[in-house]
Design a protein around this ligand. Structure first.
Ligand code: GDP
Length: 348
């Protein structure tokens, strides 16, 4: 997972400088449009803030940024800790900047809230990519929930795209629900796996196999090479058992090594092929529209919840019902109904 150490020091000092001033929306938006990394980082900090006065400001920025879309590609990358995600992103990202692309790396790590920083936050990761002028790396926002982290990351994507980043890599850990969340915000979803001793298909979550547009068997080097090839065959066979995706794409299985820089450009070619096919058959646009609609619906749900949770009458009624449930005076379902009835009365 990207960590704070990934941000170059000159950007950090500029961020500190900017923090001291109350910057106008115009300055922030202009800076983003000019691709100023420090301003982009500052704007992301603003949208990650939970202060109500920052909310409106962040929204105006996002709105302005939405008016400057670019032909970006959003790629989700997942895999268990240790599978080699950051090593892969470093090499993959460098290869892309070498092709003249601007690459932004964002992360969704819901555990960062618990550990106050990414689980791997102490390690310096993606050092080379972080120094690349055409790369922007942002650690996972620390939100109170996965939903909060997801919202902030989605909004950060919009800002990065307005800043001219044409490839957005969203890294996530292969635990819990974070993969589903990242899948819902990207155009292509890549699963990194390690080859084992013939037990590849065990312990793999079915849902992830269905979400993946490709599986890359990582660390296919040295003694691992033979095992990786075997794993490739096994996964290909398994993936063929799934019905083809609606967009006509059959998920691919490849192997790669970040250390030896092998298979990396092949993975990019495969993703580019996927994107070009999906742009032609209309599924690229369709998928983004579906994602936007879902994003809207989720936001409404979240904000409705927030709206009520802040109300005095909600809090009081909830406490009363909780006590009654604890004392077995009322069934949980009836307590919930009573709470909702109380809310409705307040709204009349
Ligand atoms: P992450 O936790 O998924 O981000 O994994 P890292 O990128 O931090 O890598 C975990 C370990 O695997 C590190 O010790 C890396 O040096 C090693 N590693 C990463 N990629 C490769 C690779 O392609 N080949 C080999 N042999 N080791 C690798």
């Amino acid at each position: 997972m990207a960590s704070k150490k990934d941000i170059p020091t000159n950007t950090v000092s500029k961020i500190k400088q900017l923090r001291k001033q109350e910057i106008s929306i115009k300055t922030l938006v202009d800076g983003i449009f000019q691709g100023d990394k420090a301003i982009l980082a500052q704007a992301i900090t603003l949208l990650e803030s939970s202060k109500p006065e920052h909310f409106e400001k962040a929204n105006s920025i996002i709105e302005k940024c939405l008016s400057k879309p670019n032909e970006s590609i959003r790629i989700g990358i997942t895999g268990v800790p240790g599978v080699g995600k950051s090593s892969f992103i470093e090499v993959f990202g460098k290869m892309l900047t070498g092709l003249g692309k601007k690459v932004a790396v964002l992360a969704v790590d819901p555990t960062s809230t618990l550990t106050r920083g990414s689980i791997l936050g102490d390690k310096t990761r993606m050092e080379t990519l972080a120094k690349d002028p055409n790369a922007f790396i942002r650690p996972s926002p620390s939100g109170e929930s996965l939903g909060g982290v997801a919202r902030k990351t989605r909004e950060s994507i919009i800002l990065c795209e307005a800043a001219g980043y044409d490839i957005i890599l969203v890294e996530t850990v292969g635990v819990g629900q974070s993969e589903t969340v990242v899948h819902s915000m990207v155009d292509f979803f890549l699963l990194l796996k390690l080859s084992g001793a013939g037990d590849e298909l065990q312990g793999i979550k079915r849902g992830i196999m269905e979400m993946a547009d490709a599986i890359a068997i990582n660390k296919a080097d040295g003694d691992n090479l033979k095992k990786a090839k075997l794993a490739e065959t096994e996964f290909s066979r398994a993936l063929h058992l799934y019905p083809p995706k609606e967009n006509g794409w059959t998920p691919k299985v490849m192997s790669c090594s970040s250390i030896e820089n092998k298979g990396i450009s092949e993975i990019w070619k495969m993703i580019a092929d996927f994107i070009s096919k999906n742009r032609k058959n209309g599924h690229f646009e369709k998928n983004r529209k579906i994602q936007n609609k879902n994003w809207f619906l989720q936001t409404v749900d979240e904000q409705l919840k927030q709206f009520f949770h802040q109300k005095k009458y909600y809090k009081e009624s909830k406490e009363k019902m909780l006590k009654a449930v604890e004392q077995n005076k009322i069934s949980p379902f009836y307590a919930a109904k009573t709470l909702l009835d109380n809310i409705t009365k307040e709204l009349k």
